[in-house]
Design a protein around this ligand. Structure first.
Ligand code: ASP
Length: 430
């Protein structure tokens, strides 16, 4: 018993980031070894997938309480004038950085021309089992919940943000008027938020195990598939993700006199979580925690991050641009300038409507195809190209989710600074 206890204490005493890094490295090596040794991956996945699923389920378990409770408490503790200025600023910065992402995606696809020379003509049909994309009007209408409890139960982030925000602001008014019970309610909610954050840190201690399982499975499953032209699509997407992350976001941080290295140091956990879980929404508890380490008040991050996880998808925008171009090149119908302009607009809007869950961007790609007139009929070359993209979607999704989350965090830090709410001591190098 005491031995068990000491192993547990020893495990807890190791730096979390180190544990996650070891898990990623070990997971990649094991995944590659499985392929090289020709081991039956089916059995391996059967055993290890549940370990990865535990991490994803634990994160999902705390997303809704974190988002709703922190937003209520956050909105209740900010002055109304501050709230509207933060709201406007964050929407503007999300919009601009997202536009930069779509532009960069198309630019690099024009430079690298992924898919060129593939001359695809085949009869493999694209199969997608997910729900069809929603119209943009519906996306906006759905922000207003017809039943907030139902939204909470279903985990619909935007309606939850909408309702929690209104609830928080209303609670603030009552607290200010000293209405009986209001302060008690606010204090109780503050206590609940603290409790949830304790759970978050507990969940993160499990993360290395889940990360190991998820990464080894990705390698075991996708290792051989990514050779050839698809590897090139992956490389083009990742180069662009990296340019957006370091050049655009690094530049934005530097322009705001915020240290890029401190940013990455304190957000590594969130970035890795996004990378392996492929869900921005699921990463929220961790990204909110990272923002706290960077001295951003919860009042701000509890509003901007859930919003960003839902509407600000820089990685997804890049992916949509590059993949639309790939399909054009691969099927010998390169996108015209007009089609590329329509892609910019559609990809920006599609990214807003993309849910922060694994694989959602691949569905939005269909919306982009539709608007630029690429007909995805069964057996067509377009369908073949799309099927190929779906085959490597996991790998593309890891990077784009990481960038999606990174973008939300950079914009949040900048807004906090512009509101003079950032604790800049947290940005000093230790
Ligand atoms: N998985 C992405 C996210 O959660 C969305 C996407 O598939 O593009 O941010």
């Amino acid at each position: 018993m005491s031995e068990k206890k000491s192993i547990f204490t020893w495990y807890l005493s190791i730096n979390l980031l180190l544990k996650i890094t070891i898990a990623i490295t070990a997971g990649s090596i094991v995944g590659i070894l499985l392929i090289i040794l020709g081991v039956d991956t089916k059995l391996y996945i059967q055993i290890f997938q549940p370990l990865g699923d535990v991490l994803i389920r634990l994160l999902k378990m705390i997303v809704i309480p974190v988002v709703s409770l922190s937003l209520i408490v956050g909105a209740a503790s900010l002055a109304p004038s501050k709230l509207s200025s933060i709201g406007i600023k964050i929407l503007v910065i999300y919009f601009i950085t997202n536009a930069a992402a779509v532009f960069l995606g198309l630019l690099s696809a024009n430079i690298f021309k992924p898919g060129l020379g593939m001359n695809l003509v085949s009869d493999i049909a694209a199969v997608s089992t997910s729900a069809p994309p929603q119209s943009i009007t519906q996306v906006f209408l759905n922000i207003i919940p017809t039943n907030p409890i139902e939204s909470l139960v279903r985990g619909d982030i935007l309606p939850i943000i909408f309702f929690s925000f209104i609830f928080g602001v209303s609670l603030a008014i009552l607290v200010e008027k000293k209405v009986k019970g209001a302060k008690v309610l606010l204090e109780a909610l503050e206590g609940a938020v603290e409790t949830i954050y304790i759970i978050v840190s507990g969940v993160m201690q499990y993360a290395p195990i889940g990360v190991f399982a998820l990464i080894s499975i990705v390698f075991a499953l996708h290792g051989p598939k990514v050779l050839g032209p698809l590897l090139f699509v992956i490389v083009v997407c990742y180069i662009t993700y990296i340019v957006q992350l370091f050049l655009v976001f690094g530049g934005l941080l530097a322009a705001n006199k915020l240290s890029v290295s401190v940013f990455f140091k304190k957000t590594t956990q969130a970035l890795i979580t996004a990378f392996v879980t492929r869900t921005s929404s699921g990463t929220l508890p961790v990204s909110m925690d990272s923002m706290e380490k960077l001295g951003v008040p919860r009042a701000i991050s509890s509003f901007t991050l859930p919003l960003g996880a839902t509407i600000n998808m820089n990685g997804t925008s890049i992916y949509l641009g590059v993949c639309a171009m790939f399909v054009g090149y691969a099927t010998n119908t390169p996108l015209t300038i007009e089609q590329q302009i329509v892609t910019v607009v559609t990809a920006s809007l599609a990214a807003i409507g993309t849910a922060g869950i694994p694989g959602a961007g691949a569905i939005m790609l269909l919306l982009v195809f539709e608007t630029i007139g690429l007909k995805l009929t069964e057996g067509s070359a377009i369908a073949t190209a799309y099927a190929m993209i779906l085959g490597i979607d996991t790998i593309l999704d890891m990077g784009r989710t990481c960038l999606n989350v990174g973008g939300d965090m950079v914009c949040t830090a900048i807004i906090a600074k512009s509101e003079q709410e950032l604790d800049e001591k947290a940005w000093e190098l230790e």
